[in-house]
Design a protein around this ligand. Structure first.
Ligand code: XMP
Length: 515
């Protein structure tokens, strides 16, 4: 295992993912993790992440100075390197020229850490401070035009530092560097494979659950579906999959879900039709947060009632993923004042968001995985591609894509428009070019003309975006022809819509969903 100590960098998780891509398990831990705790965990290597602070800030996060004595190889990245330099007696100063973006790495010592990294490789830099004086027994491995100490090492003690970010895709040779650290310096074995993970989970779940019964809330998304496949394989009919149909899913989706699970893979699904209840609960509600709150609340109600009807159950299976359990630095801390700044943008709701006080014990077999690893596991255990690569879909479904009041009529309009979007991008072979592509229905009306007649109907917003993780997103530069076809089809095929507009807002400042 390689431990990544997180100093608040937006890339800490990415470092762990890159290491896992080398088939070595990696965990993200808080920078506050003590040397004693690390000794117990006995990782084969430690990586100190970057971070937004300067090592000289009043509240700059520091690691336990004892970690340098552990005898475990350590690689400091950006802020992590500066911290290494500072704590070991060197000096860090404001750089004469801050370096942001690409830089050419000029290698002085092509061994150990920089084996197979080409002289002149492009590396991604993002720093305002730089190492001015190296600690004792350190040497320079590489420099750039602006940065004298771009990579440094104390080979004897196996301490390394890089000013650039080897983990980002723009750093050519970054992955080679990570491999060097993981394999040649830390001597890890490539044991983190999908097959090994599946076997381990099945063994663990069997041992934990025994003859007890497990309940799973299936949503049709890749996480809960993977969970269902894994658990079914582990404990067979001791698993009950419950699918609550809120009535806010896309056209044909509830039926398709039951067909795939029940008929194709013989994993029985308890289908709960709660459409009436949900739509009644949000009658006349136009405030987005209130809508979300009521849907979330109703979901828990229905879930409790139905689990009582089908139960008793001992365990609840949850699709908790690794990013939810990371014990990371709080990136919402102002490095100058140390104050926490948290801003709620919108309250998310999904089947993993059940309250903690339910009386079940939890089974969370995916809690070690990143999202891309879930997809790999999903494929390896036979989930169909249509689920593995399905676009993300919000828990409250189409209800938060109908701006204003949700009615059956509006749901039908949006469902038909959304169907056209999906159908057309699939036909054009572009489904996987987008992170999400969907329609939003607006409550306003505008004037149009169709077949010489005046129309006065709703506009539909088309939203197509690209994203890595849903945290930030860019609007997609969709070919005009595709826009035209979608617009024509929606206006012609969907009654109640006479105009289509395209949303050209990235996130931030927009969010992906409209509510
Ligand atoms: P926003 O709108 O916040 O969305 O930019 C970011 C990503 O999250 C999805 N999303 C949700 N997912 N429950 C979910 O499971 C929710 O309540 C929810 N709201 C938004 C959204 O589709 C996008 O992928």
């Amino acid at each position: 295992m390689i431990a990544v100590l997180d100093f608040g960098s937006q890339y800490s998780e990415l470092i762990a993912r890159r290491i896992r891509e080398t088939q070595v398990y990696s965990e993200v831990l808080s920078y506050r993790t003590t040397a004693e705790h690390l000794r117990k965990l006995s990782p084969k290597g430690i990586i100190l992440s970057g971070g937004p602070s300067s090592v000289y800030d009043k509240n700059a996060p520091q690691c336990d100075p004892e970690i340098w004595q552990l005898g475990i190889p350590i690689l400091g990245v950006c802020y992590g390197m500066q911290l290494m330099v500072q704590q070991l007696g060197g000096t860090v100063e404001r750089a004469q020229r801050a370096e942001y973006g690409k830089a050419s790495l000029l290698i002085d010592d092509p061994t150990d850490l920089l084996t197979n990294v080409e002289h002149g490789s492009t590396m991604w830099m993002s720093h305002g401070d730089a190492c001015a004086q190296l600690p004792k027994d350190f040497e320079i491995l590489a420099h750039t035009e602006n940065t004298r100490c771009a990579a440094i090492a104390n080979n004897n003690k196996k301490l390394y530092g890089v000013q650039f970010h080897p983990e980002v895709v723009h750093s050519i040779g970054g992955q080679a560097l990570i491999c060097n650290f993981v394999y040649h310096i830390c001597h890890c074995e490539p044991t983190w494979t999908t097959e090994a993970f599946v076997e381990e989970v099945i063994r663990e779940v069997r041992a934990k659950v025994g003859e007890k019964r497990v309940l799973l809330a299936l949503s049709g998304g890749v996480d809960s579906s993977t969970l269902a496949f894994l658990l079914h394989r582990a404990i067979g009919n001791k698993l009950t999959c419950m699918f609550i149909d809120q009535g806010f899913m896309r056209k044909g989706e509830p039926e398709r879900l039951v067909e795939i699970f029940d008929h194709q893979f013989h994993i029985p699904v308890e289908y709960v039709n709660a459409r009436e209840r949900f739509i009644n609960k949000i009658e006349n509600i136009t405030d987005p947060e209130e809508k979300r709150r009521r849907i979330g609340h109703e979901f828990i109600q229905v879930f409790e009632e139905e689990s009582n009807r089908l139960g008793p159950f001992d365990y609840l299976a949850q699709g908790t993923l690794y990013p939810d359990v990371i014990e990371s630095a709080d990136t919402n801390v102002d490095p100058q004042t140390g104050e926490r700044v948290a801003v709620k943008i919108k309250s998310h709701h999904n089947v993993g968001g059940l309250p903690k006080n339910l009386r079940f014990k939890l089974v969370e077999p995916l809690r070690k995985l990143f999202k891309d690893e879930v997809r790999k596991v999903a494929r390896s255990i036979g989930l169909p591609e249509e689920i593995v690569r399905r676009h993300p879909f919000p828990g409250p479904g189409l209800a938060i894509r109908i701006i204003g009041e949700v009615t059956s009529e509006r749901l039908n309009i949006l469902r038909d428009a959304d169907f056209v979007v999906r159908d057309e991008i699939t036909k054009q072979g572009m489904y996987h070019d987008f992170w999400q592509a969907f329609a939003v229905l607006l409550p306003i009306r505008s004037v149009g003309v169709m077949g010489d007649r005046r129309t006065y109907a709703h506009p539909v917003v088309l939203r197509c975006i690209s994203s890595e993780d849903g945290m930030t997103a860019d609007w997609s530069r969709v070919p005009y022809d595709l826009l035209e076809t979608i617009s024509n089809r929606i206006v012609n095929e969907v009654k109640g819509v006479n105009r289509v507009v395209y949303d050209i807002t990235s996130k931030p400042p927009g969010t992906i969903e409209w509510e």
